[in-house]
Design a protein around this ligand. Structure first.
Ligand code: BDP
Length: 328
């Protein structure tokens, strides 16, 4: 078990924590919001929009201070920092909370969504709401789901057509059992390392490849070292916007309602930014000469079937998957 004391290690964190405490005493309250992505990324921009809206609506009494680019640590770290109320808002990939919040697992299973519209309908509907509510069990408030597109495979060695081409490749995955099992099932050596270390890992050949969406592939410049993109579309788990529950509960009722409302309103804002970013990133990468191929997605689907069946052996997961599949 991580204690609050061990978490408050770095100077930046002490500054953030102290800032939050100071803000509490005055009229102005500052909520710290973190992300591993840089400033122009759609998740960071959507949270910025949300903060500006809240600042405007409260006449400057409540505002956000953002720490983008992973300044306050890995996603797993920041989720815990939010739980222990060292920081207030953490935007993380669902993979980062998959192990800790099993209710999120159905959304991260491979080939669970028929397309982007299906994924959006699921997270916007009762299934999404129920999953967001489960964050409360461990000191967090689930504010919203953001888009993360579909993830595909990229590597520095050769095009991947079928799972056979994955043999012997060290492929980075987020630190989540689902991702490790998924990539192992596809034939790779799944290598869980933090997001911030992937570029160096590829550059130094510690890794052969990774998997992610177009926007991340481009914004991290991983495409400069991994020159083969193979479209597998294997996972469309969304991003999660989470808030420290103790910080949330300490706010007035009207501030809590404002935060929830603005988080919901930030979803279409994020999606508009996302659609644009995704298309632009893909174009940048292809213009830079990355080799693109469509993989045999049916072969990948078959490869992960046994792994999916193991998850479905859990009645809760199976019930949730049926509801997801039934979503129009
Ligand atoms: C990106 C997510 C980011 C994750 C990263 C990962 O936006 O939050 O850290 O994937 O693979 O798509 O770890």
């Amino acid at each position: 078990m991580i204690s609050r004391r061990t978490l408050v290690g770095s100077g930046a964190l002490i500054a953030a924590g102290a800032g939050a405490a100071l803000a509490q005493s005055g009229a102005t309250q500052t909520l710290t919001a973190v992300d591993v992505h840089p400033r122009d990324y759609p998740t960071v921009e959507a949270v910025r929009w949300m903060g500006e809206e809240i600042e405007r609506e409260t006449g400057g009494r409540l505002r956000f201070r953002q720490y983008p680019s992973g300044q306050l640590g890995t996603e797993t770290d920041t989720v815990n920092l939010a739980r222990f109320h060292v920081l207030d808002i953490a935007r993380v990939y669902l993979g980062a909370v998959n192990n800790m919040f099993p209710a999120t697992q159905p959304l991260a299973l491979p080939y669970i969504f028929r397309g982007e519209a299906h994924m959006r309908a699921v997270v916007d509907g009762p299934v999404g709401r129920e999953i967001l509510n489960t964050f409360e069990r461990r000191d967090l408030v689930g504010l919203a789901f953001y888009d993360s597109g579909f993830r595909s495979m990229y590597n520095a060695r050769h095009p991947i057509h079928s799972p056979q081409d994955m043999r012997g490749l060290k492929v980075r995955v987020p630190r989540a059992d689902i991702f490790i099992q998924m990539l192992d099932a596809m034939g790779a050596n799944a290598t869980p390392i933090p997001f911030g270390e992937v570029f160096t890992g590829l550059q130094t050949h510690l890794l052969d490849g990774a998997e992610n969406n177009w926007a991340t592939f481009q914004s991290t410049r991983q495409y400069e070292v991994a020159r083969y993109w193979s479209q597998t579309d294997h996972c469309a788990a969304p991003e999660a916007l989470l808030m420290s529950k103790s910080r949330f509960d300490a706010l007035s009722r009207s501030d809590r309602e404002l935060i929830l409302a603005k988080a919901q309103e930030s979803v279409p804002v994020m999606r508009a930014l996302w659609d644009h970013k995704q298309a632009a990133a893909r174009q940048t990468v292809l213009d830079a000469g990355v080799h693109y191929n469509q993989a045999d997605t049916e072969a990948f689907r078959r490869a992960v079937e046994p792994m999916k069946r193991r998850y479905m052996a859990n009645a809760d997961v199976a019930a949730m998957v049926r509801r997801i599949e039934a979503q129009a």
